[in-house]
Design a protein around this ligand. Sequence first.
Ligand SMILES: Nc1ncnc2c1ncn2[C@@H]1O[C@H](COP(=O)(O)OP(=O)(O)OP(=O)(O)O)[C@@H](O)[C@H]1O
Ligand SMILES: [Mg+2]
Length: 284
Amino acid sequence: MDDAIQRMRDLALDLRPAILDDLGLEAALRWYVAREAGRAGLAFRLDVGSIGTRLAPALETACFRLVQEALTNVVRHGQAEAVEVKLDASEGEVRVSISDDGKGFDVRAARRRATAGGSQGLLIMEERVSLAGGKLEIRSGREADHRRRAHSDPGSAAMTKLRILLADDHKLVRAGLRVLLERIADLEVVGESADGQDALRQIAELRPDVALVDVSMPGLNGIETAARVAREHPATRVLIVSMHLDEEYVHRALSAGAAGYLLKTSELQELEIAVRAVGRARPG
Ligand SMILES: Nc1ncnc2c1ncn2[C@@H]1O[C@H](COP(=O)(O)OP(=O)(O)OP(=O)(O)O)[C@@H](O)[C@H]1O
Ligand SMILES: [Mg+2]
């Protein structure tokens, strides 16, 4: 009993991630899913751009936590290669869906084990959703399989090279990045720019999958460039590359429309993971 009360309290007082306040649900999900999928080496597809307005804070928190819990399960149990997160709202209803292409599970048996005290995740998701006045549906197997296949196209993604544009005002940085990236078989650097304006021109012409954009460039800086790319060339995803660990920078970059944020002090492996994660995420 005490346990149950404590859990309700935890849910009610749930720490709301600061990023939700600053950016809203869509951007927070972009940030979170890209980071987690990137770390786990999962391909992901996000379809979260359709809400337009801010939801009530409690509802945003519930949706964010739901995705967190479900994505954690995909990473821990799913043995999946890809995950898809969708968020849409219409006619006063918010729908969040998380699907993976992994091994699936016996939902009824897992729920029985959870109710008997075996685990918490599924129950917490159920509680959150019902506190928000909604309904949780978990499906596995054929039906879910079918739905997933209709949405993803892993074949074509695997065959084509990811095309990358580099924008940085330091020639040696560009040269270094090019060498590092071109060591990876299915990546290709298609262009280089020394400033934001030129990056925009080249993106319009070359249509790269990913633009690696330095924050501090003369003229149009990286964050302004990311905003213009997001508006004018949404098929190109911007990965900001920066010296600044400051959270403020990360927030500004992501709210401007960047798909990811990478520190210049990152390990080589993180560069590869970030480029792939960003390149695979298609705008919704
Ligand atoms: N996406 C998934 N793919 C495969 N199995 C899953 C998936 N999601 C859940 N499961 C199965 O359902 C079980 C219950 O999930 P639940 O989140 O309640 O527990 P848990 O992740 O094992 O522990 P925790 O309480 O830390 O969340 C998992 O142990 C796993 O066997
Ligand atoms: Mg879990």
